[in-house]
Design a protein around this ligand. Sequence first.
Ligand SMILES: NC(=O)c1ccc[n+]([C@@H]2O[C@H](COP(=O)([O-])OP(=O)(O)OC[C@H]3O[C@@H](n4cnc5c(N)ncnc54)[C@H](O)[C@@H]3O)[C@@H](O)[C@H]2O)c1
Length: 271
Amino acid sequence: MTTRTLEDTVVAITGAGQGIGRGIAEAFARAGASLVVSDIDAAAADATAAALRALGAPAQALRVDVRSADDNAAQVEAAVRAFGRLDVMVCNAGIMQVKHLLDLDAADWDRMLGVNVTGVFLSLQAAARQMLTQAPRAAGRPRGKIVNVASVAGRMGAGPIASVMPHYRASKAAVISLTQSAAITFAPQVTVNAVCPGVVDTAMWDAIDRDWSALTGAARGETWRQRVAGVPMGRAQTPADVADLALFLASRGSDYMTGQSINVDGGLVMS
Ligand SMILES: NC(=O)c1ccc[n+]([C@@H]2O[C@H](COP(=O)([O-])OP(=O)(O)OC[C@H]3O[C@@H](n4cnc5c(N)ncnc54)[C@H](O)[C@@H]3O)[C@@H](O)[C@H]2O)c1
């Protein structure tokens, strides 16, 4: 998308060092946003910020572990210090693990929910605290917008992923639920919506293919090929596909939407 729908808009994005988070950051930069991009990997966040500045966008990098309330508060403070406010918070950071349900232990479970659920909770709470205190950009508009990155994995009932990533699925279902609770809590001042991507070509899926293929004895790349073959739109998803929907949910055009979790998955899941 080339229209500058985020002109004069201040955005923070977690997990923006690579993959979907970086893709959203680049799309938002092209749309005119000013950005604070964070990641637990400081060097990766720095590299993203440099790429955004090369696109002409004001951008700062920060090391943020989304499990830390202090780090999340620091991210919001960085946006306010640099750009005066925070219009859009994208809660994207997440992790994945492929492990059979019977082999999971409590540490696996806690680690997954610690990043994917507690992380989103702390990021959106810190953002909302700032957004609720600031004036809207224009009369009648929300004071801020929150976009969570969930997954179709949080919706599917009995897909092939159910046995090998139950804690990931539970974490994404929790993000969909939290999106609704936060939307009710912060309406009408702040909108809260989520994107649910499908099979996206990132480092996360490369690791899924490696670990899932190891469980089943499939050749490397075979699991990925099978999953992509099941996508009605006939190709793997790119971070840019996700970014287009995130851009809409961050823009004025979605001002009357809140509490929604929207599939952007090439037709993989229809619900
Ligand atoms: N790849 C897919 O097919 C897919 C599908 C649906 C949803 N998602 C979701 O999209 C989001 C991004 O996924 P991706 O594919 O780009 O993954 P990725 O692994 O390529 O990138 C994730 C980023 O998050 C960062 N991160 C990890 N733990 C963190 C923490 N505690 N604090 C801050 N940053 C942390 C990583 O350093 C990395 O830069 C995740 O929430 C993921 O669950 C991915």
